[in-house]
Design a binder for this molecule. Sequence first.
Ligand code: FAD
Length: 305
Amino acid sequence: MTEATSPAPDGGHRVLKHPSISFEFFPPKTEEMERNLWDTIKRLAPLAPSFVSVTYGAGGSTRERTHSTIARILGETDLIPAAHLTCVGAACGEIDEIVGRYHEIGVRHIVALRGDPVGGIGTSYAAHPDGYRNSADLVAGIKRRHADVEVSVSAYPEKHPESRDFDADIDVLQAKVDAGATRAITQVFFDNDLYFRYLDRVRARGISIPIVPGIMPMHNFKQARNFVTRAGTTVPNWLAEKFEGLDDDADTRKLVAAAVAAGQVQKLAKHGVDTFHFYTMNRADLVFAICHLLGIRPRGAQKAA
Ligand code: FAD
């Protein structure tokens, strides 16, 4: 984390801590998507994220693409990659092999997840008969074989849709921490109060690992709303109202999306949050602008006094 001085509202100077940031990408499917991802990575890399993560397709569908994206990030940039991995559709041996391959090429950070049921969100989850039973089991499996691998996990400010209640939800977080996880990244949320209430609950249980807010600028509101709602995130009416009438106006939608996400992170920062994880959707523009508003400048560039 870097520090800079900035003028305080009263005209004096105070020391501000620059937030620590990380970016999430998904593995590209086509050559065009690959070019787009690399343009995005090149634009965002100078913001010096503490790590960048690459998701793992539902049911392991992107196993090779996630690996090759991670390998290329390691080979062609100074960024520290984190590979997402789920328990779904694979025996423990296969998962161990994937982790082993990552370890061999120098990956030292895994985002360990249970994953969604094979039948999709809303259907019941059944572990692979020879697989890791759940996310905590996966975290333990990774740490047992590779103590030098940092493991991050998920957290749910609105609780996971399958959770009975917050207590049960936080029991699972506790089990992941006990197994060796040292950071949780939250599911996207739009109401900061939900995050702070969740944080209070987690801290009250004595869990002290960072609970990093996951921030999603909504490039395409309608599409994003469908996607996040299925994963259990509430989209408040005030947010929907901000995008009303903009279905055919992508330029204005983009400005509104940037303003909304920038407002959210600035309010979180004002309340002491100093670490953010951005769901980039493989696009740089909004995330770059939001980071700029957080005071983050590309490496080598000076912030105006
Ligand atoms: P866990 O943390 O293990 O469980 C989540 C909650 O579900 C628990 O709190 C628990 O209360 C409840 N729960 C779990 N199992 C049961 C059960 N059997 N019965 C009752 N309740 C249960 N998905 C992907 O496919 N690929 C990715 O790359 C990916 N990346 C993600 C990154 C982040 C930061 C987040 C927040 C989610 C990501 N997901 C990803 C989605 C995730 O796989 C799903 O939300 C999945 O349904 C739960 O996996 P988990 O590891 O979060 O579950």
